[in-house]
Design a protein around this ligand. Structure first.
Ligand SMILES: NC(=O)c1ccc[n+]([C@@H]2O[C@H](COP(=O)([O-])OP(=O)(O)OC[C@H]3O[C@@H](n4cnc5c(N)ncnc54)[C@H](O)[C@@H]3O)[C@@H](O)[C@H]2O)c1
Length: 271
């Protein structure tokens, strides 16, 4: 996927974020910075990637972990500064950290606390990381393609929307609103910097087998019903299938792509 250089991945301790971290290491990134609130799980992911990477005989990929709550502006700013100081530059951001909460009874009964938490992590968190990273990326020279040697972009940011960024489903007031907001953030920020060589895109995963889904019986139940009735491919996605879309958007294979929302959803939103 032509991803030389340094990647920052949030939500890297689990699910799709973890699959993205594995993908960047496998596809030739020279460094990856893994961010998550779950410090123990981050350490396990780092150890697992280092082990499989060493066994593969591929070129070194330096891995550092940063226990960070992306909804905390000061923590994000400090971590991004440290990452740039440690690695020397920052080429890719994957904004995968996210949470979901179902509201029994729908919008009329959604609590302010649940609404605020979903917005803080999914919208504010994405914005804080994008902003801190973009300020560094805009100052650096474009990275050169590992395939053609031609200059690619100064930086490439992939935000996480969802199928719920373009459609609505029941009992999902805050999450659906947040994922629609990510589409808006991606479009406006990509316009801001398209001419400056900073690309900003979003991925729209469909139902994907990760702990976000499998560890939440209410979400899992709703999802299985939807997979059977509304997903043309009649199955859930795997985290690495979503990561493939992220790697495409991040790297040199999408050098003329910005402001786009790539749906990776088994055909769900084509209906
Ligand atoms: N799984 C799906 O079906 C699906 C579908 C569409 C979109 N998504 C999106 O994909 C992204 C990844 O989700 P996943 O399914 O891998 O979920 P997951 O729960 O497996 O992983 C999410 C990770 O984010 C971390 N996180 C949560 N809050 C955080 C915070 N405040 N600061 C830093 N890290 C935090 C968690 O600790 C966890 O490691 C999310 O943005 C999610 O909304 C998932």
């Amino acid at each position: 996927m032509d991803v030389p250089g340094i990647a920052l991945i949030t939500g890297a301790a689990s699910g799709i974020g973890r699959a993205c971290a594995e993908g960047f290491a496998r596809e030739g990134a020279s460094g990856i910075a893994l961010l998550d609130v779950n410090a123990d799980a981050l350490a396990s992911v780092k150890a697992a990637i280092e082990q499989s990477h060493a066994a593969s005989g591929r070129a070194t990929c330096k891995i550092e972990i940063y226990p960070v709550d992306v909804s905390k502006e000061a923590q994000v700013d400090a971590a991004v500064d440290r990452i740039v100081a440690t690695f020397g530059r920052l080429d890719y951001v994957v904004n995968a950290a996210g949470i979901t909460i179902k509201h029994p009874g729908g919008a009329a009964f959604a609590t302010t606390e649940d609404w605020n938490r979903v917005m803080e992590v999914n919208v504010n968190g994405t914005f804080f990381v994008l902003r801190a990273a973009a300020r560094h990326m805009l100052k650096q020279e474009p990275i050169l393609s590992s395939i053609h040697g031609r200059p690619l972009q100064r930086g490439s940011i992939v935000n996480f929307s969802s199928i719920l960024g373009v459609i609505g489903i029941t009992l999902s007031t805050a999450y659906t609103t947040a994922k629609h907001a990510i589409v808006g953030l991606t479009r406006t920020a990509s316009e801001d910097y398209a001419k400056d060589g900073l690309r900003i895109n979003a991925i729209g995963p469909g139902y994907t087998e990760t702990p976000m889904v499998t560890q939440n019986p209410r979400v899992m139940e709703a999802m299985l019903e939807r997979v059977e009735t509304a997903v043309p491919m009649k199955r859930m996605g795997r985290p690495d299938e979503i990561a493939d879309g992220v790697l495409y958007l991040a790297g040199g294979r999408s050098s003329f792509v910005t402001g786009s929302i790539l749906m990776v959803d088994g055909g769900y939103t084509s209906r």
